[in-house]
Design a protein around this ligand. Structure first.
Ligand code: ADP
Ligand code: MG
Length: 586
């Protein structure tokens, strides 16, 4: 038998471990037959540690750490006060890094696998959300090491879901959507099969949207009905309310109504319609993320072959209903939604162990990449949501006569002006001095399979290369920052566009104005009064529009001036030719 590699879904609220057995991915259960392990860890003051169901049982009476996945690989300033200044988490066992807590969950899953398989297990494939940046992926890997596991592959969750649904067997260029609504997070991705290769075409979502929100909304609903101030009661008591909210939510997935009960406080009947009303704002957020993902992938609902739903919260009827509406087709929920990711991880593990045929898996760039060009504009070389690995290049030239080097600023973002994007790095490219517009510098961006961006600049005249490695920053961006950048690009789309049009027209004017002056001097005698007047007026209009920053006026004035100088240039050529034929006598 070949070596065992286990597949692990390290979830925000629940985790699971699976393997491929005789070609089938199966979940491995604990001694009590439970195949889902709550991602919960409890630390006792005496160094005791409990994980999963055992830990969760203490949540009504003691502090239990949950949702540590939302903290892994994050800095203290990104964690809303959940982490100490050094990035650690305060626990009864002292301050611990989030990956140390995650390691306990992985250790538990490793133990479950070893018990079931009756053999030692060392290697694992672990899944992470598609938007996890490098730091989060590295911390997840470290958690594995701390648990005594070698993480042979970090796999994107939507890809794992697609594998478990067997979407890799769909025809070439089929496109599918993966809708993942879990306990704490929501992710939606569009995948495409191309020449037997899986590609994530686009991914969107919300790191703060999931089943926990629905539990809390139900708890608030009941508290309001019972006249209880949820904020006023102590944290442990609130856990009881939220836990009851979760129970009611689960009942409502199968029944039309349920009763919310808090002992010694009261009961509240809850109907599906009540829940639907509470869900409405959440459903709207899911819808806009789904539409964004389709937009980014350049597909419409009718282009999609299938939409698969994963994550435990996909069982909520209202969610299924909304997905059906948005994607215009019956969603596929045939795989257990909270088991699909672990099964996919197991399939990937099988591929790596050589027991399942190979499928390649690729990621995408979260934001566009480019360089600053003349006029302070962003020149995009690799657009957002491009599948990696990838490369793209373009030629650039010098802006000034006699310039001997060019500064290449590597930018990331969706804005038209360079200054509104983020600088990932900058370097100076030397080239042979030449007249304005004569030097040729080729710039190429390359992102390898590990997401590392390197930028190469070549002086075409000498063939000399300058290369810098920008690192993983091109793909290493938090989802929140991506979200902010994209929404700003939409918000400022009009201003950005007119700023670009203005800059481009101004650069053209910079080129034309001196040429007009020279040409008028040389060819002035050949033009009649009215023609000269026309050119001078066009020139004045250009200068005025620049001074007043009038975008539309500048654009049309520059076009006018360009036309006028064209006839001037023709005249100059005529004059030069005439001079050439008359000169031998001189
Ligand atoms: P994660 O990937 O975030 O760990 P899961 O995919 O395991 O999460 O989903 C957990 C969430 O699914 C929890 O919020 C849980 O309440 C919810 N869930 C599970 N079963 C149901 C159900 N039948 N109806 C509604 N929600 C459910
Ligand atoms: Mg999940």
């Amino acid at each position: 038998m070949s070596e065992v590699i286990i597949g692990i879904d390290l979830g925000t609220t629940q985790s699971a471990v699976a393997i491929v057995d005789s070609g089938f991915p199966i979940l491995l259960a604990d001694e009590q037959g439970r195949s889902l392990t709550p991602s919960a860890v409890w630390y006792g003051a005496e160094g005791e540690i409990e994980v999963g169901h055992e830990a969760l049982r203490r949540s009504g009476v003691d502090r239990v750490i949950t949702s540590v996945k939302s903290l892994i690989g994050r800095r203290a300033d990104e964690a809303d006060g959940a982490l100490l200044a050094d990035g650690r988490l305060a626990t009864a066992a002292g301050p611990l890094f989030p990956e140390e807590v995650s390691a306990e969950i992985l250790r538990k899953l490793k133990g479950i696998a070893e018990d079931r398989l009756e053999t030692g297990v060392v290697k694992a494939v672990v899944t992470v959300p598609a938007y996890f940046h490098d730091g989060q992926r590295a911390a997840t890997k470290r958690a594995g090491e701390l648990a005594g596991l070698e993480v042979v592959r970090i796999l994107s969750e939507p890809t794992a879901a697609a594998l478990s649904y067997g979407l890799d067997r769909l025809g070439d260029s089929s496109r599918v959507a993966v809708f993942d609504l879990g306990g704490g997070t929501f992710d939606v991705s569009i995948l495409e099969m191309r020449e037997g290769v899986f590609e994530v075409s686009a991914t969107s979502g919300d790191t703060r949207l999931g089943g926990d929100d629905f539990d809390e909304a139900l708890a608030r609903f009941a508290a309001r009905k019972l006249g209880v101030e949820l904020e006023a009661i102590d944290a442990l008591e609130k856990v009881a309310w939220v836990t009851e909210g979760k129970r009611v939510k689960h009942v409502l997935s199968d029944e039309e109504d349920a009763v919310f009960r808090i002992p010694f406080t009261g009961e509240v009947p809850v109907f599906r319609e009540d829940f639907l009303r509470l869900m409405e704002p959440f459903l709207n957020r899911m819808e806009s993320c789904s539409r964004r993902a389709m937009l980014d992938a350049g597909v419409e609902a009718s282009d999609l072959e299938a939409v698969v739903m994963v994550g435990g919260s996909s069982r909520i009827p209202a969610v299924k209903e909304r997905v059906r509406e948005v994607f215009e087709k019956e969603p596929d929920l045939s795989q257990h939604p909270d088991e699909a990711i672990a099964r996919g991880a197991a399939i990937q593990a099988g591929i790596l162990a050589g027991t399942v045929r190979e499928v390649l898996l690729l990621d995408v760039t979260p934001l566009s990449l480019g360089i600053e060009t003349m006029g302070g504009l962003m020149n995009v070389l690799i657009t957002r949501n491009t599948t990696i690995p990838c490369k793209a290049g373009e030629m650039f030239t010098n802006a000034i006569d006699g310039q001997t080097s060019m500064k290449v600023r590597v930018l990331q973002g969706e804005r038209e002006l360079a200054r509104d994007n983020w600088e990932l790095g900058a370097f100076e490219v030397p080239f042979e001095s030449d007249r304005r517009g004569q030097a040729r510098v080729g710039v190429e961006f390359r992102i390898d399979a590990d997401g590392i961006l390197s930028v190469l600049a070549r002086d075409v005249a000498t063939g000399k290369d300058t290369v810098i490695e920008v690192g993983s920053a091109a793909v290493d961006v938090t989802e929140a920052k991506v979200e902010k950048m994209v929404s700003e690009s939409v918000e400022f789309a009009f201003e950005d566009m007119s700023a670009r049009v203005f800059e481009e027209a101004r650069m053209k004017a910079d080129e034309l104005l001196p040429a007009v002056g020279v040409a008028l001097e040389q060819a002035g005698a050949l033009l009649d009064e009215s023609e000269i007047k026309e050119i001078k007026e066009a020139r004045d209009r250009v200068e005025l529009a620049i001074k007043d920053r009038e975008v539309a006026a500048l654009k049309s004035a520059v076009e006018k001036l360009d036309e006028a100088t064209e006839s001037l240039a023709a005249l100059l050529v005529q004059k030069a030719t005439a001079a050439l034929f008359s000169s031998p006598q001189d």
